[in-house]
Each structure stands twice: as structure tokens, then as C-alpha cells.
Design a protein around this ligand. Structure first.
Ligand code: ZN
Length: 336
């Protein structure tokens, strides 16, 4: 049976509902990124970073059909702390601050009367830091090969067909993500020279500007959270650097939006990107919550500065969502 087949069977038998009673917790925070039209074509380096308008509509419809109330993060934290379980709740969160969140997400939220939180990397908006993975994507869209010069080594990748292009994207991004900041900076500058791309300009095209964000904030449907200034891997950064990344992104958002910013999302948000120091700093900076990029449903007593989220994107379906909401996968996951 293929993946879609077993998921359909599980949900058709109601196994997910049975599991949800045991492991579904009090609610869930969903993690999404960009949106696109249902009929949009074009290669994406990381398909998981995009969801179609139709998929998002199905997410909201599925959540409500399964008895979840879609609430703001503040309301979710109140319910998490409440002594008696209330109806299950779900939060919609979107990372990085994509421009399509203004163009496509906002109309969906209005139509469905659903609130959302968008975590913004302020350096992307200000043109001070690049969402460099989209620059890598832009190179691979038009070049059959890519040479990456990183920390004194040359890494050569073919991107002549879809499979090698996908692999090249993943490998280049992994190398850049895990590089020391100075090495990454130099490698990106070399890519810009060699391939004639402008990483900052590409980022700004992809991300919202302050006017868009102010309009969304004024709608009452969208709350903004911080997601650092430059989107670094926080694990292993000097404490002062990590603290500055967190505190300055919050301060910048508060200045430009004229609103209090209470919530934070760790860049990348997986276990290799988040350490104990980062969690302690999120708390010390005064954030009411900080979210990871994995971990399943929310249970009573979940640590407020390492809250789990359920990712959704790419080819995910409503059945995938139902299974993740059930907590059945995370119930049996070993804690590494
Ligand atoms: Zn991010």
C-alpha cells in the first residue's frame, strides 16, 4: 500500500480519532510558510515551504470538522493553562513573512474568519539579510550545474535533470545552513558574483514590506511574532549574538508595527538548530511563547518556550493532517 493509501485507510477506519483521544492533547499549532495558487506551476527547491490556497482551505475545513476551534496564540496559551480541558484548539502559524501571505493568505483568512500568526525575520524586510535558499533556488532554476566555494573547498553539483536539481538544492542548502556565519557570507557573495544573482533583492521580492504587514496587523486577523533578524541557526551561537538576534527582531517589529510582539519562532526550528541556551534566551527576552518546527500536538504542561508544532506543506493532504493531529506518530517517537 502506498503512503496515501494507508493514510486514507487509517482515517477511513477512524483510527486517527481513536488515537486522538489518547494522544491528541489539547490542541495543535500548525506550521506553514508560503502560499500559492492551486494551478501555480514552477519548480520549488523545498516543496514543503509552500501550500496551495486549496490545501489551506482544506486544512481549516478539516480542523473545524474535527471539532477544533481556530484561535490566536494568546487564546491557545490561556486554554493550555486552563485547569479543565476545553474544546480542542488549533493555531495557524506562518514562518518567515512571505509576500504571498499578504496577497493570498489574507483573503483566505478573511473569507474563513480564521486568525493566524506570522513570524517575521526582520532582516528580510529591511534588506539586511537574505533568505538565501531562494537565491540558491533561483540559480538552480536556470543553471544546469552549480559550484559552491565554501571555507576553502569547492563543491560541484549537477542540476541537469529534476532529480539532480532537487538533490543539489538540498545539499547546497545543508552546507550553507551549517557553515560558520563568515564562511556562509563569503560563499553567498561568490555565488552572487559567479551567477549574477542578488540574494537581498530576491529576498525582498519574496517577503512582505512594512506597509503590507501594518495592514495585516490592523485587520485584527494577523498577529506578528519575531523570527530573528537574519535567520541563523541559534544553536552554538555566542550568547550575545543569539540574544541580539531575538531581542532586535522583536524591537524592530514593535517599532514598525506599533504593537507588542509576544511570540517567537526558532529559525529552522528542528533539534539541530535549537539548544538549551536558545530556549533560555527566548524566556529571558520576555517572549510569552517560542515554537519549534516539530513535535506533534500540544499537551497540558508543554514548555512554553519549546512548544511543538505540526508542519504542513508540499504534497500534504487532509489525511496527513488528521494523522498528525492524532499524535499517534509522536506518541511512539523516541526522544533523541
Ligand atoms: Zn524560518
Amino acid at each position: 500500500m502506498n503512503g496515501g493509501g494507508w493514510r486514507r485507510a487509517v482515517t477511513a477506519l477512524g483510527v486517527d480519532r481513536w488515537a486522538r483521544r489518547l494522544w491528541g492533547g489539547r490542541g495543535a499549532i500548525l506550521m506553514l510558510h508560503g502560499l500559492r495558487h492551486d494551478d501555480a506551476a514552477g519548480w520549488r527547491g523545498d516543496p514543503g515551504l509552500v501550500t496551495t490556497v486549496g490545501q489551506l482551505t482544506a486544512v481549516v475545513t478539516t480542523l473545524r470538522a474535527e471539532g477544533y476551534e481556530i484561535v490566536s496564540l494568546d487564546a491557545a496559551l490561556e486554554r493550555l493553562a486552563a485547569p479543565r480541558p476545553e474544546p480542542r484548539f488549533a493555531c495557524l502559524t506562518f514562518d518567515d513573512g512571505y509576500r504571498d501571505n499578504y496577497e493570498l493568505l489574507y483573503p483566505v483568512l478573511r473569507r474563513l474568519a480564521a486568525p493566524a500568526t506570522i513570524y517575521v525575520t526582520t532582516g528580510f524586510v529591511d534588506g539586511e539579510a537574505p533568505a538565501w535558499w531562494h537565491g540558491v533556488e533561483a540559480i538552480l532554476v536556470r543553471c544546469p550545474a552549480l559550484d559552491l566555494h565554501l571555507a576553502g573547498r569547492r563543491h560541484s553539483f549537477s542540476a541537469a535533470d529534476p532529480a539532480t536539481r532537487d538533490a543539489a538544492y538540498r545539499q547546497v542548502c545543508a552546507l550553507l545552513r551549517n557553515a560558520a556565519p563568515d564562511d556562509r557570507h563569503r560563499a553567498l557573495a561568490r555565488l552572487e558574483r559567479d551567477y549574477g544573482v542578488d540574494f537581498i533583492a530576491l529576498s525582498r521580492e519574496r517577503m512582505m514590506d512594512w506597509a503590507m504587514m501594518r495592514e495585516l496587523a490592523a485587520s485584527g486577523l494577523v498577529e506578528f511574532g519575531a523570527h530573528t533578524v537574519s535567520h541563523p541557526v541559534l544553536r552554538g551561537l555566542p550568547e550575545i549574538t543569539a540574544r541580539t538576534e531575538m531581542a532586535q527582531s522583536r524591537q524592530r517589529l514593535e517599532e514598525r508595527l506599533g504593537r507588542t510582539v509576544r511570540h517567537f519562532a526558532y529559525p529552522y526550528g528542528d533539534a539541530p538548530a535549537v539548544d538549551v541556551q536558545a530556549v533560555a534566551l527566548a524566556r529571558a527576552c520576555g517572549f510569552a511563547s517560542a515554537v519549534l518546527a516539530y513535535g506533534g500536538p500540544l499537551r497540558a504542561g508543554a514548555p512554553l518556550h519549546a512548544l511543538p508544532r505540526i508542519p504542513f506543506g508540499g504534497a500534504d493532504t487532509a489525511d496527513d493532517l488528521r494523522i498528525r493531529l492524532s499524535g499517534v506518530k509522536t506518541a511512539f517517537a523516541t526522544s533523541a
